[in-house]
Write a protein that binds this ligand. Structure first.
Ligand code: SF4
Length: 427
């Protein structure tokens, strides 16, 4: 009952790592990487994210994070004016002045992220050099790092990968054996995971990103990495270059994914199968009961996912294997096979997996398929609802705590709700 690894993979999905993938390169409807600041600034409570960009960038951040009103927000936008864009003012001097005065006012900030945008890239403002200049002036009190969240280079969750990448060279070296969980998790989930690792006798466990950006975990040959998010592939590669070992596992979504995720760590730490079952059995039972409450609404319903957050494949796996949904097409902006191979092998062979986007062609396929539920970005949801499709905003899946056992029922409910609403409207 508790050994979910003993479950047979869906017959069609067994060993299909080499499955064909539909690759499209056309117009795409995806948020830029700046959006990641919305959850990263909540996670790292001593960090400040300064976007060097335009009013558009400021509006995007404000509206994405605007529901939260902070007396002292930990993000902001240094708006490049016409004189900066025309090269009439020295944007470097102004940026340095702005950062120094910001940090004087905010003694609580230990890490300043300078975040590049489309405009800063177009005028070739060198934020790496700016970080170097500011570090010479401000360290050790404040560490200044930089990454790009520009829509030219990044989509949505890639912003987190870029932010974490710029922290890796800053991590101290250590040979100590430790588990490093890579990818941002809400604090409530992190606390739950720590309790399970403790009960299994796995430790020390560190997280990247940590709650305090100023105290980074160490890394070295004793580090064993367990990614919690599929979109941190470049960060994982950089940590491997520093000696860390990567555990291959599905992602902790649903009872099955969470169990296999913990099992990967338990095997690496030599935890006995009996102890593993003893710790996880009540948690699995609770998660299954939570999912069961929504299964009737989801079972047999067809699903089409448009690319957005890179969480699509693990979510689809959960919805098919644990909630009985029928997967039509699952789109993802990028397919990093090294990060997703376990998940990919669990999808039925009949499901179309697509990478990238040519939005009009994809919408044609969607209209032909007539799914019961479509998961897509905000920009497409309203027009599709007007056409009669039930939709789910993919952004909600990134902003809501969905990982782990205690959230498995809530995760199923997130997909059941739009079907419920549509059923009520039709009644
Ligand atoms: S970074 Fe580019 S895509 Fe993102 S809000 Fe700014 S201008 Fe728009």
């Amino acid at each position: 009952m508790t050994d979910l690894s003993a479950l047979p993979p869906t017959s069609a999905g067994a060993g299909c790592d080499e499955r064909p993938v539909l690759r499209e390169r056309g117009q795409r409807e995806v948020f830029c990487g700046l959006t990641a600041i919305v959850w990263l600034h909540r996670k790292m409570q001593d960090a400040f994210f300064l976007v060097v960009g335009s009013r558009t960038c400021a509006h995007l951040l404000q509206s994405a994070a605007g529901v939260m009103i902070f007396a002292e927000p930990r993000f902001g936008t240094a708006i490049l004016g016409d004189r900066d864009l025309a090269g009439l003012a020295d944007a470097n001097d102004e940026l340095d002045r702005l950062c120094v005065s910001l940090l004087e006012r905010r003694p609580d900030v230990s890490t300043l992220f300078l975040v590049g945008s489309c405009p800063s890239e177009v005028i070739k403002l060198d934020l790496a050099k700016a970080a170097e200049r500011l570090n010479a002036q401000l360290r050790p009190r404040v560490r200044v790092v930089n990454f790009s969240g520009s829509g030219i280079e990044t989509t949505f969750t890639q912003g987190e990968d870029n932010a974490l990448k710029c922290l890796v060279p800053e991590m101290p070296a250590s040979n100590e054996r430790q588990l490093l969980v890579v990818g941002g998790l809400a604090d409530v989930i992190e606390d739950q995971f720590v309790r399970v690792f403790d009960a299994l006798g796995i430790g020390p466990v560190n997280f990247l990103p940590a709650r305090r950006a100023g105290t980074l975990p160490a890394v070295g040959p004793g580090t064993v990495m367990l990614p919690a998010q599929p979109f941190v592939g470049d960060t994982v590669r950089m940590l491997q270059d520093r000696g860390a070992q990567l555990l291959s596992a599905p992602y902790p979504l649903g009872a099955e994914g969470t169990t296999e995720w913990f099992r990967a760590a338990a095997k690496a730490w030599g935890v006995s199968p009996e102890r593993f079952d003893e710790v996880t059995a009540p948690l699995i039972a609770r998660a299954k009961a939570g999912i069961e409450r929504h299964r009737a609404r989801l079972e047999g319903k067809s699903l089409f996912m448009l690319p957005d957050s890179q969480l699509e494949i693990p979510l689809a796996r959960f919805l098919q294997r644990e909630a009985g949904m029928n997967l039509l097409e699952i789109g993802t902006p990028y397919l990093d096979r090294r990060m997703i191979s376990t998940e990919l092998a669990w999808l039925p062979a009949s499901t179309v997996v697509s990478e990238g986007q040519d939005v009009e062609r994809q919408l044609d396929r969607l209209r032909t398929a007539q799914p019961d539920l479509t998961v897509c970005g905000l920009g497409l949801a309203n027009p599709l609802e007007a056409e009669g499709f039930a939709t789910k905003w993919s952004i909600e899946l990134v902003f809501t705590p969905i990982q782990g056992y205690d959230q498995a029922g809530d995760l199923a409910e997130l997909f059941a709700r739009p079907l419920e609403r549509r059923a009520r409207l039709a009644a």
